[in-house]
Write a protein that binds this ligand. Structure first.
Ligand code: PLP
Length: 419
């Protein structure tokens, strides 16, 4: 018998590990008070006072936008013109990078990821992801009836280039084309950032594979504004313009973290390729997706980002404000990592950004630790290969003693399992 839903859709209740852990934390806060709870579940930046961080430079710019501009549709399906110029200025021009790119506005980085998967692969084909990655990547693939192959993210303390190469080669051999996701810098959930030589080698690998068929590299840069490499990281983009004609890069830009504007739903696909016809075709496909799925993106949000990016004074105010919070994040990270080191709590190689992930290879131990910590009012997110700690949302003082507590709980579980 037919159902209301199509037999092609994914109709099971959504399991989102972040929202699950966050709800648990909220219940604990209602019961025991915020002071007694460590809420390391949610991937948004909170101040040490426990407030969601909102940059003044962003929200005063947004406030100054006339109501009629907030109310109207964007001037074009692919985004407000000043937004598109602003994205290129932000990512390339400010860093001295000259790069010819098309910009298509999307609802957040998520819109950019989803439209790319939809427009590169046909149902039944395969996308390549890191094994330790952002949970919704899977949901996005499923939305488009796309399968997944994983590369192993790490080899010891370094990016696993061999696994990246083998997985990409295998998928190219099987389907004659490749779409691969790389989330960098400040990777979610581990906080790793590729070294420049790893970045270069990754591009070389894809260049070689592209002799066998079209390759699309999806660079998910959701946390780019929180790398300590600053403009030096953006200068890596210069290398994208030397790639061959069988390669197309989509940079998935998100204003959510950049502007502390998660709910504004502003992002973009930034499309780069030396294959002009291929780039034009892909851009057309993405514009059709805009029109057919969400229409245009929040005009007020796009206008605010455009102004922030194109007005030197506003940008200077933003940069100064962000500097303070980058330092705060760094302080939080070093408190946790130095204590983790001292007590021998294993973590994946962390360099910077919103998250640190505990490394726990045994899934039973990991699940038991997740549950036991929740019972002790400590909330992390259960991810593949470990537990993600959102240091972006934990006030600095609550990080003192946290690694020790986690280590003691882990030892307790390990000794119970042995006896
Ligand atoms: C790795 C990664 N990519 C993309 C996104 C997309 O965010 P948004 O759709 O809010 O821009 C996020 C948000 O958490 C993320 O962590």
């Amino acid at each position: 018998m037919k159902q209301f839903v199509s037999d092609k859709v994914h109709d099971q209740p959504i399991v989102d590990m972040v929202f699950e852990a966050s709800q648990g934390a909220q219940r604990a806060i209602s019961k025991d008070g915020a002071g007694k709870v460590v809420n390391g579940a949610f991937g948004a930046f909170f101040t040490d006072g426990g407030e969601l961080l909102t940059f003044d430079s962003v929200y005063r710019t947004f406030d100054a936008i006339p109501d009629v501009d907030k109310a109207r549709y964007a001037a074009s399906i692919s985004g407000a013109p000043e937004f598109k110029r602003g994205v290129k200025q932000w990512l390339f021009t400010d860093a001295g990078v000259e790069l010819d790119a098309e910009v298509v506005a999307t609802p957040g980085g998520t819109g950019a990821l989803s439209s790319t998967v939809k427009n590169v692969l046909a149902p039944g084909e395969i996308v390549v992801h890191p094994d330790i990655g952002w949970g919704p990547y899977k949901t996005i693939a499923r939305q488009h009836q796309i399968g997944i192959e994983h590369y192993t993210l790490f080899d010891g303390q370094r990016f696993n280039l061999d696994s990246f190469q083998d997985t990409c080669r295998r998928v190219m051999k099987r389907q004659g084309k490749l779409l691969v996701f790389v989330n960098d810098p400040c990777q979610n959930p581990t906080g790793y950032t590729l070294e420049e030589d790893e970045w270069d080698r990754m591009l070389e690998i894809l260049e070689t594979i592209s002799s066998q068929g079209p390759v699309v590299l999806l660079l998910d840069i959701a946390y780019i504004d929180f790398t300590h490499l600053g403009m030096a990281y953006r200068r890596r983009f210069e290398k994208l313009k030397h790639l061959g004609e069988n390669l197309l890069t989509v940079i998935a830009f998100s204003a959510s973290k950049t502007m502390t504007a998660y709910g504004m739903r502003v992002g973009a696909q930034v499309i780069i390729s030396n294959n002009e016809e291929g780039r034009r075709q892909f851009k057309n496909a993405c514009e059709n997706t805009c029109r057919g799925i969400w229409s245009t993106v929040n005009n007020g949000g796009m206008r605010a980002f455009g102004e922030l990016s194109l007005d030197a004074e506003l940008k200077a105010a933003y940069t100064e404000e962000k500097r303070i919070y980058l330092k705060l994040l760094k302080d939080r990270a070093s408190r946790f990592t130095s204590e983790a080191d001292a007590v021998g709590l294993p973590i994946y190689p962390y360099k910077e950004g919103f998250f640190i992930t505990l490394r726990i290879d045994d899934a039973d131990i990991k699940n038991a630790l997740y549950e036991r910590l929740m019972a002790r009012n400590i909330f992390f997110v259960n991810v593949y290969g470990g537990l993600r700690i959102a240091i972006c949302s934990i006030p600095t003082e609550k990080l003192d003693g946290l690694a020790r507590k986690v280590k003691e709980t882990l030892e307790e579980i390990e000794s119970e399992q042995q006896s």
